[in-house]
Design a protein around this ligand. Sequence first.
Ligand code: AOF
Ligand code: ZN
Length: 370
Amino acid sequence: MQNDAKYMARALELAWQGRFITTPNPNVGCVLVRDGKIVGEGYHHKAGEPHAEVHALSMAGEKARGATAYVTLEPCSHHGRTPPCADALINAGVKRVVAAMQDPNPEVAGRGLYRLQQAGIEVEHGVMMAEAEAVNRGFFKRMRTGFPYLQLKLAASLDGKTAMASGESQWITSIDSRRDVQQFRAQSSAILSTSATVLADNPALNVRWEELDRQTHDIYPKSLLRQPVRVILDSQNRLTPDLKLFSLPGDIWLVRTHKGDEDWPDNVEQLIVPAYQKGIDLVVLMMQLGRRQINTVWTEAGPTIAGALLQAGVVDELVLYLAPKLLGDDARGLCKLPGLSQLAQAPEFKIQHVQQVGEDLRLHLVPRSE
Ligand code: AOF
Ligand code: ZN
């Protein structure tokens, strides 16, 4: 109908507001409209808490009767941590439901829409589907494939270098880019790094609420701060409990091929994954992360793991910060790709989005798949 896209756009705007906390659940927004007026709206805040539809219905009260519900994801039909939203919409007397897309969760997968239809509700789906996909890239990928959506963050000079030959590397990009990275960390289910990076830089790899921007603070109060799980590859058991990382709040999964006998604090778990070549089997690791309900992985590490992730085929997106400086031919490169000898074998990407961040550029690229 005429205004479907307008109300769905509002529902999507609401859905995005949940992006810092809903993991492992998806971001979902809902708008209830009666006689051309929004009578209720809401979004899913957190796993275990009410779904978007329930917030919108409780705001609308009696006004939900005869209304149209716009939902960015098919209403659920199952009893999870919360009861089915399809039933809540039926009981409230909603007349029409417009969903942006079906829920790929096998527990739902069309059954929510079917149940609504069976109850005599007019049902449509497919309105602003591409936009709805973008709100939940990680959740959808995990539901469809079992794997999380992996973003690989890279930072380089104009000539694609990341460090001087000496290894000196911190602060190639500007402070604006480093703050920008905080937004991405905060939206991820997990942050992936390696023992090489931890030993070289002793980083915190956490979310620092103060460094998030103002608009984020409005929808993400400090009291709700969530630390993504830090997943650290440590195939040689080189890390020790005294490093800064381990003293900060938040879970850490140390990925190893065999257990070490160090005395780790309670927030640290050793995750045993088979070896592959000289390191960890990254495909098996990703499967395990998927099983542990990790929707999105944000990777911050060096050129060796960047190359290994690309060669394992588990990278969904590169997020590349380019600083307007030159480091020269002796400096170190972005990505180690052993065995690459012909141009025809070079991994290729498609640029999806480019944005200036302070003095730097941020590029989003996806692997070309032919
Ligand atoms: C909706 N509206 O706002 C969300 C939905 O454990 P639960 O009860 O929270 O259920 C989680 C599942 O419900 C999740 O995997 C996804 O399929 C769906 N999420 N559904 O109708 C919402 N967040
Ligand atoms: Zn639901």
